[in-house]
Design a protein around this ligand. Structure first.
Ligand code: 1GP
Length: 262
């Protein structure tokens, strides 16, 4: 089991999903905001609506015990991978399938670029978690994560800086790159996604403030490989319909992207 995890099973699954669907959706659950039962309920509805994986993490107030409870509860209900999205090395769960091994590239504090990673790496190894390296770039509003990680978010109006960071991530050997607008804020604009996609060949993840199908559609059209939503599941009365309409937006964006490529 442990050896299997280290072989990159989750990464292979993600890449296969992207190859098949072009742009995929992941659902983020924040243990500070949902309890284990609600998390399982949300994950199950998101899975039925077509989400490809469940991410678990948050910037503030998340312990390992809380993460364990969410992961175990979600894993009982859905067959898709549960990937940690840790805000700190103390939010790693041995029960997850993989961990986004994040470096906040535009942080001003080395702790968030290599320090927390140094503290967390031995835990990841001990737990036998599959580590998937992720160059994390905070843009626009930035939200709680930019405050916690001492990051000066990149302005939306300077997409070439985000693209340069993403290229640096590719040259440094990261496997994925993440454009983060900040949870609950203003989404990353398609212009930034387009600039990054034109520059790198890494799969690009986009998250933060995506609530409308039209936003998801524009981001998929701009080339996002993975679209992450979190807050929408906390706000929506009907989680299934909310995620379903985001995924329909994504599918529409993919169609438009393919048509414009012809
Ligand atoms: C994950 O921050 C996102 O990158 C989640 O953002 O909560 O706004 O969907 P939302």
């Amino acid at each position: 089991m442990r050896a299997e995890k280290r072989m990159g099973r989750v990464k292979e699954y993600i890449l296969r999903e992207i190859q098949e669907k072009k742009t995929i959706h992941m659902t983020l659950l924040d243990p500070d905001r949902v309890g284990p039962e609600e998390a399982a309920e949300v994950a199950s509805k998101a899975y039925q609506a077509g989400t490809s994986a469940i991410m678990v993490g948050g910037s503030i107030g998340v312990s390992e015990g809380m993460t364990d409870e969410i992961v175990l509860s979600v894993k009982k209900r859905v067959p898709i991978p549960v990937i940690l999205f840790p805000g700190s090395p103390t939010a790693l769960s041995r029960y997850a399938d993989a961990v986004w091994f994040i470096s906040v590239l535009n942080s001003q504090n080395p702790y968030f670029i290599t320090g927390a990673q140094m503290q967390g790496a031995p835990i990841v190894k001990r737990y036998g978690l599959e580590a998937i390296s992720l160059g994390y770039i905070i843009v626009g509003w930035g939200g709680a994560v930019s405050i916690v990680s001492y990051t000066r978010p990149l302005p939306f109006a300077k997409p070439e800086i985000a693209a340069a960071y993403a290229l640096a991530a590719e040259y440094m050997g990261f496997e994925f790159v993440y454009l983060e607008g900040g949870s609950g804020g203003k989404p990353v604009p398609p212009s930034v996604v387009r600039a990054v996609k034109r520059t790198v060949s890494l799969p690009v993840i986009v998250g933060g403030g995506i609530r409308k199908p039209s936003t998801a559609r524009a981001l998929a059209k701009a080339g996002a490989d993975i679209i992450v939503t979190g807050t929408i599941t906390e706000e929506a009365g009907d989680v299934y319909s909310a995620i379903k309409s985001i995924i329909e937006g994504i599918q529409q964006g993919v169609k438009e992207r393919e048509l414009s490529a012809v």
